[in-house]
Design a protein around this ligand. Structure first.
Ligand SMILES: [Zn+2]
Length: 390
């Protein structure tokens, strides 16, 4: 299974200047090579190399590897463009957009990503530094940072090339990791049902409730602060609002990592699969008063779902997606379904059999049962395939 891990570089000002000069040189060289490729109609690496390699090395002082990568990057860009032209991304042949896209050479932004292979970049995971090639020579001890779990994955499974990118003045390395998947558990003894919601982010059929009140209150505080700042309209207020938004997103991501980790570990330990509600439409389905709606809109449920899916895949735990319609109104004991079964947000109380439970917990049991039905009915791979998590 391929995974993408993004780490942030913490270069000193001198190191940052060297990285910037390098990225600019690589992209200038690639843009020039793209012009040559266009004129000479040389779009394969081997052919384009004949026309450009020597000059790239001399004019932009790129090392052998960097020059090769710049040429390869150019060829890849043409391949992508060709595919996009063919599948109609630029309209029909002869249309203005189509002509404009196909009638001139590819141009790279000065800060476009540049691939690095193991000869140009080495990782010191213990020290959390990289040694990286630049046009100003090799930079040693460039510090990097990232989330603990991602750094573990990186240290154990990184393979092949990484991309150097600069976004908003910050430097990142995007590394590809190739993770062995555990042998899939093809005979789960049951399923853990997971109900996703607003009051509790995730409630499992085992009764584990993930992140209720405290997280929500913190998010509400952050949001209030942010909307106050946004009203101010000054430059510094806007900057601070952006900072708070970033902090909120990072905190949510961290929580999603923790929740998904716990759910998958529990399923793996007990030999069960995971039943998740199909995530599309969770926002449409929720009918709520306004303040809650904002909370719902701002929680990244899709991210949580994808974290669960990839961690489960890694652990060999099967995941099934179930139709969540009426899971909150259905009695998990006698299956009587009615809106009246739910007298309050948090309370489930069956009108027929008298079963009483926490509403989310009851819903998670329904999801668990539906998951099992989906599994035994043979639709065993309903979870979407995914490969990329940053
Ligand atoms: Zn009932």
């Amino acid at each position: 299974m391929k995974l993408v891990v993004r780490v942030k570089l913490l270069p000193t000002p001198v190191q940052a200047a060297a990285l910037e000069a390098t990225l600019h040189a690589c992209n200038q060289a690639a843009t020039w090579a793209a012009g040559v490729a266009f004129e000479e109609n040389a779009r394969r690496p081997l052919e384009l190399r004949k026309h450009t390699y020597a000059e790239i090395r001399e004019r932009w002082r790129l090392g052998a590897q960097a020059a090769q990568h710049a040429i390869k990057k150019t060829c890849d860009a043409y391949t992508t463009l060709k595919a996009n032209l063919r599948n109609g991304r630029y309209g029909r042949p002869g249309s203005r957009r189509h002509t404009r896209a196909s009638g001139k050479p590819v141009v790279f932004r000065p800060q476009a990503a540049q691939p690095y292979d193991d000869r140009m970049l080495s990782w010191q995971h213990q020290a959390r530094t990289v040694s990286i090639w630049t046009t100003a020579g090799r930079l040693k001890n460039v510090a990097f940072t990232g989330q603990a779990e991602q750094l573990e994955v990186l240290a154990a499974h990184r393979r092949g090339e990484s991309d150097l990118v600069c976004q908003g003045g910050k430097w990142f390395l995007i590394a590809t990791c190739d993770i062995d998947e555990a042998t899939a558990n093809t005979h789960p003894v049951g399923f853990v049902g997971v109900d996703l919601g607003i009051v509790n982010i995730a409630v499992t059929s085992d009764g584990a409730r993930h992140c209720g009140r405290r997280v929500r209150r913190k998010r509400e505080q952050d949001r209030d602060l942010r909307s106050k700042l946004q009203k101010k309209q000054t430059k510094s207020a806007k900057r601070r609002a952006k900072k708070y938004a970033g902090r909120e997103a990072r905190r949510a991501k961290d929580i999603n990592h923790k929740i998904s980790k716990r759910i998958v570990a529990e399923a793996e330990r007990t030999g069960r699969g995971i039943a998740l509600e199909t995530l599309t439409g969770i926002r449409e389905r929720a009918r709520l008063r306004k303040p809650q709606r904002t909370t719902l809109h701002s929680w990244p449920f899709a991210q949580l779902g994808s974290f669960i899916a990839y961690k489960a895949k890694r652990a060999g735990v099967p995941v099934v997606n179930v139709d969540p319609a009426y899971t909150s109104q259905e009695c998990s004991q006698c299956h009587h379904t009615a809106r009246g079964n739910r007298p309050a947000q948090a309370v489930f109380s069956c009108r027929v059999c008298g079963f009483v439970d926490h509403a989310d917990h009851n819903a998670s049991h329904n999801i668990r049962q539906r998951g099992w039905m989906v599994w035994v009915c043979g639709a065993q791979s309903t979870a979407p395939e995914l490969t990329l998590i940053a």
